[in-house]
Write a protein that binds this ligand. Structure first.
Ligand SMILES: Cc1cc2nc3c(=O)[nH]c(=O)nc-3n(C[C@H](O)[C@H](O)[C@H](O)COP(=O)(O)OP(=O)(O)OC[C@H]3O[C@@H](n4cnc5c(N)ncnc54)[C@H](O)[C@@H]3O)c2cc1C
Ligand code: SF4
Length: 328
């Protein structure tokens, strides 16, 4: 590992001293960044540890919840307000990693975690446009079981690995950012970027900005929400496909619905087309099947991951049917 210096941030101002152009990186729980440093993918000259900043999880003025960036994943999943008002978020977090990792991992770090593409992690032997822009992509034509089928580009077909971020996208969360020039708030659904020609640019976070909190709006549909993750092992594995969904049905008609998919795209994939197909319609098996078709429209798989189209369709239909059944 290349030598680096360490600063423990005592305040947001300490964190805003970050200068990525000089090799500074923020450190949350370190469960992703330290791995990447060991593999030589990341070589920071200084770590600014933000894990000691606010870990608060509080009701917001608007009736939602504000979760500080340094809140640990375990604490968020277990919080009574999250469990009762946003069960999808609690389940998504609990579907990720292991208990030990969730105890360390922070909300900010989870949002900013890097892809699990094997070629990205192989700094010594593989070409990767995300790690080394313009070098090529060894995943294309390679082992693609875990790669994306939606939102890819000829430059990159990696998936975003976060389960929590899928739920935040579906729940219309907003991400609060701070920089030396002031703060701003961006929708979680827009925070992660598609690769296009610049897979190295992954989020809307500008150089020098820091995630300070995530805010969930009050959403009646979220009361009846869930998250299902399909993976190769029952635990401690990233998603092949995941579905975060919320459903509100009044007198047999769908009043509100939120859907996002994980494991299928370079960002948490909010299925706006599927939601539009469902709003106002009867909550029937036919409607759910049509919504699943809309969610997967435009899928462009690799030879090794075409199975994900049918897997995602069936998972989404099953999740929506289960929510509708519970509402009867
Ligand atoms: C074996 C293993 C299995 C896992 N399985 C899953 C899984 O199934 N599902 C899942 O969702 N996750 C999974 N994870 C990922 C785990 O959840 C992440 O490693 C974790 O969320 C990252 O959080 P962290 O606080 O440790 O981040 P760190 O490793 O400290 O940082 C990650 C990135 O976030 C940046 N960062 C940290 N805080 C901030 C901030 N406040 N503002 C801006 N940038 C910031 C860092 O600079 C760094 O680039 C797994 C991890 C491991 C090691
Ligand atoms: S899919 Fe993306 S992350 Fe993986 S090797 Fe290709 S460019 Fe790199």
């Amino acid at each position: 590992m290349t030598p680096f210096s360490y600063l423990r941030a005592r305040s947001l101002d300490d964190a805003l001293a970050i200068d990525p152009s000089r090799g500074d990186r923020l450190l949350g729980g370190g469960t992703n960044l330290i791995d990447l440093m060991r593999k030589g993918v990341e070589q920071p000259s200084r770590l600014i540890d933000v894990s000691g900043l606010s870990e608060g999880i509080e009701p917001s003025d608007s009736g939602g919840i504000v979760i500080a960036a340094a809140a640990r994943n375990s604490a968020v999943a277990a919080h009574p307000l999250v469990r009762t008002r946003y069960p999808m978020l609690s389940r998504a977090i609990l579907a990720g990693a292991s208990a030990q990792i969730r105890n360390m991992a922070t909300v900010g770090g989870n949002l900013m975690q890097r892809t699990r593409c094997l070629y990205f992690a192989d700094a010594a032997g593989s070409r990767c446009n995300k790690r080394d822009p313009g070098s090529g992509c060894d995943a294309i034509g390679g082992f693609t079981r875990y790669h994306a089928i939606l939102g890819t580009s000829p430059s990159c077909i990696a998936t975003h690995p976060s389960d929590m971020a899928v739920a935040l996208s579906a729940l219309d969360a907003r991400i609060h950012l701070a920089g030396t020039g002031g703060g701003r708030t961006v929708p979680a659904a827009d925070f992660h970027l598609l690769p296009g020609d610049h897979p190295d640019r992954e989020t809307l976070l500008a150089p020098g900005e820091v995630i300070v909190a995530v805010e969930l709006p009050p959403t009646p549909a979220a009361l009846k929400s869930t998250y299902r993750k399909v993976r190769d092992r029952a635990s401690y594995a990233f998603a092949l496909v995941s579905v975060g969904a919320a459903l509100m049905v009044e007198e047999g008609r769908i009043e509100d619905v939120r859907i996002a998919l994980g494991g299928v795209a370079p960002k948490p994939w909010r299925a706006f087309g599927a939601e539009t197909a469902l709003r106002g319609r009867p909550a029937t098996a036919d409607a759910f099947a049509a919504a699943a078709d809309a969610a997967l429209e435009g899928a462009a798989p690799q030879p090794g991951n075409a199975f994900k189209i049918e897997l995602a369709r069936r998972t989404l239909i099953s999740v929506l049917s289960g929510l509708a059944e519970d509402l009867r």
